[in-house]
Every structure is written in C-alpha cells, then in structure tokens.
Ligand binder design. Sequence first.
Ligand SMILES: C[S@@+](CC[C@H](N)C(=O)[O-])C[C@H]1O[C@@H](n2cnc3c(N)ncnc32)[C@H](O)[C@@H]1O
Length: 229
Amino acid sequence: MAVTRDYDADPERFRLATRVTRKYLIGARCLHGHIASKLLHAGLSHVLDIGCGEGALNEALPGNPPFRLAGVDASATMLRAHPGPRVLADAARLPFRDEAFDAAVAVNMLWHLEEPRLALREARRVLVPGGLLIVTAICRTDSPELAPVWHPEPTSFDAEDAPAQVCEVFGDVEVERWDAPLMTLPDRTAVRDYLIARQVPRAEAAEAAGRLRTPLPVTKRGALILARR
Ligand SMILES: C[S@@+](CC[C@H](N)C(=O)[O-])C[C@H]1O[C@@H](n2cnc3c(N)ncnc32)[C@H](O)[C@@H]1O
C-alpha cells in the first residue's frame, strides 16, 4: 500500500489541521459542506469517499437513507474514527466492483500518491456511466503570506496541473478555483499550529511563527475539479 505520511504515526497532526481550519476559516466556507451540497443537488445517493480520513465528508452529509457513503483510506488509525461503512485499502486498488458508485470524492488526498492517475483510473472504474467525480487540490502558491518561513515542495497533484491529470482520465472537467484571504491567524500560536498542520516539524514551526507578524491574513488557493464518467 502507498505511503500515508503520518496519519498512523501521528494522527494528532491531522486532527490539529482539522481544528485549525475550522477555527480560523472566515465565515462558513466549509469545503466538505460545499461538496455535500453538490452531491445532494445532483441527487447522487451512493458515494465513495476516497482517502476519507476521519469522516469530515460523512459529517457534512445527511445520514439517512437512501443516502449511503462508504469511506476508503490507507490509514487504519483514520478509519477507526470514521463513523460510516469503511474499508482499509489503497486508492490505487479499490476493493469494489465496476460501476458500484454514483459518485467518487477525494478531498485533498491525491497529492499523497506517487501516481495520482492510478487512483483516478480506479475512481473511474467504480463509477456508473455518468457518475460524478469530485476531487480537490491545493496550489503550489497557497498561503503566500507564510512564504518568508515556509517553502513546501511541489507535489504530484497540485491545483496548477491537477485539472489536466483528471482530464487525461475522464475527458472533460469543470474547475472551481479559489484565491482569497479566507483565513486570519490571530497570534503566534495559531501560526505555529497552521505550520504544524502543514507538516512542518513542531520545533521549526514554533521558531518560524515567532518571525511573522500577527494577526496574519492567509490567502488560500486551490481548486475543486468535477468530471463525469
Ligand atoms: C489530508 S487527509 C484528507 C482526509 C479527508 N479526505 C478529509 O478531507 O478530511 C488525506 C487522507 O488520505 C489518506 N491516504 C493517503 N494515501 C492514501 C492511499 N494511497 N490510499 C487511500 N488513502 C490514502 C490518508 O490516510 C488521509 O486520511
């Protein structure tokens, strides 16, 4: 199974990331809520959440039938907290039959894979004809205000080229981009936690946070990509 970074070894890092986003995002701009409303409006009831983590998408959706969401993740620790039906598996080898789902979603997870195309092909395989894919990606230039202290490496699935990768597998895509100061980090602790959430080692994050002025507005840049099988 592909490497899952620290989701098993240090799940608190991911949980901190979730708390930081919920606490400092301005207004009610919740990505999972946005995706949930798209699924509901499209009338899609059988959904696969690939790289589901602890179930943020599940939380944003109604739990009642006919709505059904299955989560798949490579981390046993993440899956333990997932409330719905869930399976431990690699996104590149989904343990589901062809055409099993109306929709497949992957929120901020494809960047973990060396070859995101393999997971995209698998997502396409398990979708019914006309089924909906929704994936998200973060820009290489996300959070430019942090640039003086933080230089993340490019990933295999940054928002700059993610639409082209999805297009290769699915054909047409629709892209919703965001580029706006969606967060304000009020103090050094918030900046430190934001950096830890982005996988900066804790001691380095604490030191770097002291070098930035607060409150710090943070420009979020990313993309949501939709495609039909
Ligand atoms: C940034 S978290 C996102 C979790 C969830 N989608 C959310 O929005 O809260 C990335 C997730 O992808 C999972 N993951 C990483 N590599 C994976 C793989 N090869 N197959 C399945 N899941 C994987 C991690 O274990 C983690 O739960």
